[in-house]
Structure formats: C-alpha cells, structure tokens
Write a protein of this length. Structure first.
Length: 466
C-alpha cells in the first residue's frame, strides 16, 4: 500500500459520518493484528465470489482477470512479508480490498458487489477451520499410531490397573495405552464432525437479508469445494455453531491429553518408576541438581485450561446476541486461533514424549505384587465353584484382612491357610493367585487378554487406514 493511500485512508462505510472515529474506537475495532492469518481464505473466497460475479454478468471477463491477478499478487506479497497492513482499515478484508482497489481501480471496487463483510468473515472462518482440521487430523492419527506401536512393542508387559488411584487388578501395559488411543480416535471423529459443520457456504447471504443481485450461491460453494450453502440468510451471518463444534473438539482433546499427561507425570516419579521420559522432553531445577522434571507433560496438562476457556468464552459471548450480526462476533477469532495453535503444539509435544519414552517393564511387574491385586480373581474362582459371588466377595475380604493383620504374603498363601476360609479352594489356586497370569483369565471382548489386545491393535490400525 502506497504512502499516499495510507495517508488518505477512507473507511468503506465513511460516507454516513461527518467525524472520524476516535482513537479508542479505532483501537477496539481493529482486528488486523490477529485476523491477518485469514488472508489465504479471504483471497480464496474473493476469487470464487468474483468468478461467480463474472458468471452472472455482474463482472466482465477482463474485470475478473484483473481481480484474480491482483489478489494473487497480494497473496504473494503477504507470504513474502512485503505487504503492509493498516490498523485503520480494521481487518483483513478491508486491507486486501483497499490494496486491490489501489492496484486495479474500479474493478477492485466492484468486488464487494453482492456480499457483505458479515457473510465474508463467516465464510473465511469456515474455510480456515476446514484447512486447520485437515492439518490437525494427521497429527492426531500419528499420535494414535505411535500409541498402537508402543502397545504392540510391550504387549506382554503386565502392570497394575488402578481405580481411585489404588492398585485394583493386573492389566497389560498395552491395554492401558490403547485406552488412550481409543479416546484419541474418538477425538478424530469429533474433529471430522466439526469439519463437516464448516462445509456450507454463507457467502451471498449479504449483511443479513440476502442480496439484490441474481447471484449463484451454489456455484460459489462448489468453487470452494464446500458441500452446499447455508439455507437462511439471517442464520448465515450470525451462526458460529461450527466454531463451537471445533472448540468443543479441542476442549475434549485437551481433557484426554491432560489425563494421559497426568499419568506420565505419576509414572515417571521415583515412587512409581514405570517410565522414564527422555532428556529432550524433561528439564532440570535451578537449585536441585538431581531433578528431572516432566515439564512438557505438565505444560500440556495445563493447556487444557486454555482450551476449556476458549470454548466457554465463545459460548458466553454468543448466548446474549440477538439476530443477526453483532460486532461481538469479532471476539470469536482469537479464541479459535488460540485453540488451533494449542492443539497443534500439544499433539506435537505428546508425540515427542511417546517417541523417546522408556518403559520399565520390570518395575511394573514388581508393582502388580501389591495391594492384593488378584483378590477379584480369587472371588471369581470361588464363584465358579458354586459359591454365590457376594459370599465369595466376603470370604476374600476376610482373607485380605487376615493378610493385613498378620503380615502374610497374599500371593504365596499356602492351600492350608486358604482352606480355613473356604473348603472350595484347591491346588489350582496357586495359578489364580499369580498376578502375571491374571490378564489371560479375562474372557470378555475388549479385555486385557493378549488376544483381545491384538484385536484392538488390528481394529485401530484399520481405523487409521492400515
């Protein structure tokens, strides 16, 4: 933009006003400092709109060619860092339109025929989220694939499974890892639904009532690769459900990553010792030389709060808005942009932690010999011998209390001791007491038995496309 143009900037809506906007109005109104990242989508939408205007006879072929060429040049300048944005022009739309008009004259002034900034920004944000969803999905898929490989590598490692963060039953480490993989696969499905919600074009809805030109909204949508058009002009410019859908995806993903990171933090402590995170993803202490802090896991865990906050912020902003467009909607973009950036950063961080993580299978094996981890197996053993389960549960509860009070080794109880609690115990109880064989006694679909783990791995790989 030339110095002359910058000195003589005129608001596109300035004809109605006798005085210029105040400094505070300018500063609050400006969004170019963050919505400049929409330039690709804005230019793409403008070219599709111009092509439609040519098709319907509103623009000549020569005018369309000039617009397309001019917008291409502007995009190149932005990407090369040579384009000068002006806060006085408020947003990305007017910055690009002003630069285009300066270059090509009246053809640039005609570009905004049959559209409003209201439907323009609604389109830009939809296109942006579609683009970002397409870049986030491979990151999610890579993380799931990394977890599947980790599970397969350690398929025979046995660890304690927990409820209430207390040792509950022995499980395969692979089962625990695949639980997180399945959650992330659901996140992929949520992301796909959020992307689908973006695939309708609001362009041509105008400010809110439609436009007074014989336009072809379906043509523009097809040009942009969208599935169709939004059916109601008022809803078209005020709807941000698609942004909420994305922010909800991001918030739930943040929840899942945070829960996983919490476990990585716990597992990497000296008290657990189940894993060792690599030097590349841990940090030291400024005062305690021995420390290896799982900062990356903690930071990703903390970022879930940002993702929740962005969703709540947009929900709160939208809840009181009357139809149709209100300037409050300008607040949607920073929330969306921050969530996009946070999701990408978090997924990359998770992959880095998983890639360099050492699994201490021997420590896990030792840990299953705690807190009477096969107590449920013993109760089931008695139930299979005909003892009602509730009665079996009570018998094993008394047995555990006996071990606690007498300091007996639960996992090496002699048959004679067991017979004092129930006549149904037999020589085969030795194997039932063994926590390392416990996972293979699980017969239900989706269980921690090796065959079921293998089926889960195959199913996840199929879901990832092979």
């Amino acid at each position: 933009m030339s110095d002359k143009t910058k000195k003589n900037i005129k608001k596109p809506w300035g004809g109605r006003f006798a005085a210029s906007s105040s400094d505070i109005t300018e500063r609050i109104s400006a969004s170019i400092q963050y919505d400049a990242r929409l330039y690709r989508q804005d230019i793409r939408g403008s070219i599709a709109h111009a092509r439609m205007l040519k098709k319907t006879g509103i623009l000549t072929a020569a005018e369309f060619t000039a617009i397309e060429k001019g917008l291409g040049e502007i995009q190149k300048e932005i990407e090369e860092g040579r384009f000068e944005f002006s806060a006085s022009l408020e947003d990305i739309h007017m910055n690009i339109e002003a630069a285009l008009t300066e270059r090509i004259g009246d053809a640039g002034r005609k570009l905004h025929t049959a559209r409003s900034r209201n439907d323009q920004i609604a389109l830009d944000l939809r296109l942006y989220l579609l683009d970002e969803a397409a870049s986030i999905d491979p990151l999610l898929a890579s993380l799931v694939a990394g977890l599947v490989s980790l599970a397969e590598e350690h398929i025979d490692a046995v660890m304690p499974g927990y409820t209430h963060l207390q040792v509950a039953q022995p499980v395969r480490f692979a089962q625990h890892i695949l639980a997180h993989a399945w959650a992330l696969l659901r996140d992929r499905e949520r992301l796909a639904r959020a992307a689908k919600a973006c695939s309708a074009s609001p362009l041509g809805a105008g400010a809110m009532a439609g436009v007074n030109y014989p336009t072809d909204r379906a043509f523009t949508a097809a040009e942009l690769g969208l599935a169709g058009i939004t059916p109601n002009s008022m809803d078209s410019v005020s709807d941000r459900d698609f942004a909420l859908d994305f922010l909800y995806f991001a918030a739930v993903l943040g929840l899942h990553l945070s829960r996983f990171c919490e476990e990585l933090v716990l597992w990497s402590t000296a008290e657990f010792g189940f894993i060792r995170l690599s030097d590349e993803v841990t940090t030291g202490s400024s005062i305690m030389p021995q420390k290896r802090n799982p900062d990356l896991a903690e930071l990703i865990r903390g970022k879930s709060g940002r993702l929740y906050g962005n969703l709540i912020a947009l929900l709160t902003m939208l809840k009181g808005l009357p139809l149709t467009y209100n300037r409050d909607l300008q607040e949607d973009k920073e929330r969306v942009f921050d969530s996009v950036d946070t999701v990408k950063l978090s997924l990359e961080g998770m992959m880095a932690m998983i890639a360099g993580m050492k699994v201490n299978t021997d420590v896990m094996k030792q840990a299953v010999y705690r807190n009477y981890s096969t107590a449920t197996d013993l109760a089931d053993y008695l139930a299979r011998k005909g003892v009602p389960f509730r009665q079996a549960h009570e018998i094993i509860g008394r047995l555990v209390r006996h071990c606690e009070e007498g300091g007996a080794d639960f996992f090496s109880l002699p048959l004679q001791t067991l017979l004092g609690f129930s006549e149904h115990f037999g020589e085969d109880i030795v194997e039932i007491l063994n926590p390392e064989s416990s996972p293979e006694r699980k017969l239900s679909a989706g269980s921690t038995a090796r065959g079921e783990i293998e089926r889960q791995i195959a199913a996840l790989r199929e879901a990832l496309g092979g």
